[in-house]
Design a binder for this molecule. Structure first.
Ligand SMILES: [Zn+2]
Ligand SMILES: [Zn+2]
Length: 234
């Protein structure tokens, strides 16, 4: 496209994954070939929470067998690595907002159920002040437009500040997130789609779904861009 070629004159950059020249404004600074290389995960996974790399002989992971999560299913596009990880990082920490569109459109390829509303995982207002935009809400907005399903940004709030997920281990993180979210508003009897960028331990989406169910939602399905591969012992 001439337009994107022109834009690239003003946004000259190198692809952070392969170091070749960025060639498309839409995915810039990622190059087209790295973007197209983002793979949808289709390996073995838990039928509910999506935990990858479990044995192909079981359909549920240990944790879901012990206690059913508050969401119906957690879907995600790919594993949090390579170009997908880079794209999420650029959007989240480097303010490359235009990536919210192609990333949001990846979610359309998931087997999404029919829902009454789309709810992004919220940020605490202090975090929002610092970063100035919620990348998850931006992704959810593109999806909402495409699916013609209302974006319900105000029903879920993060009422407790929690340390970044990378700073704390699994159990600690779960404790920190207890009662961190609160839901209110007209969601009674609704089937909702909860949007997150990356599922790490699953603690965040669990707590969000719990709050939404408590506030009267009929069901919550999670859709995320990526899921990190589980580490041993977490
Ligand atoms: Zn590249
Ligand atoms: Zn599971």
């Amino acid at each position: 496209m001439l337009f994107s070629k022109l834009l690239n004159l003003f946004f000259p950059s190198k692809c952070p994954v392969c170091q070749s020249k960025s060639d498309n404004y839409l995915y810039n600074p990622l190059c087209t070939s790295c973007w197209k290389g983002i793979e949808k995960y289709s390996g073995p996974a838990c039928g509910i929470c999506g935990l990858p790399a479990i044995s192909i002989h079981t359909t549920l992971c240990e944790s879901c067998m012990k206690a059913m999560p508050p969401f119906a299913r957690a879907l995600y596009y790919g594993i949090y690595e390579g170009a997908l990880k880079e794209a999420v990082h650029l959007l989240k920490f480097n303010g490359v907002k235009r990536l919210s569109k192609p990333l949001g459109l990846l979610l359309l390829e998931l087997p999404l159920p029919e829902v009454d509303g789309i709810v992004p995982v919220p940020m605490h207002h202090n975090g929002l002040k610092k970063r100035e935009f919620n990348q998850t809400a931006a992704i959810a907005a593109h999806l909402s437009k495409k699916l013609r399903v209302p974006l319900m940004q105000d029903v879920l709030k993060k009422i407790k500040e929690t340390p970044p997920q990378t700073d704390v281990g699994g159990d600690e993180r779960l404790k920190n997130l207890k009662n961190a979210f609160s839901a209110s508003g007209k969601i009674s009897g609704m089937d909702l789609l909860l949007i997150d960028d990356v599922i790490t331990t699953g603690a965040t989406v669990r707590e969000c779904a719990r709050a939404l169910m408590k506030a009267g939602a009929k069901s919550v399905t999670v859709a995320a861009l990526a899921r990190s591969m589980p580490r041993q012992n977490t």
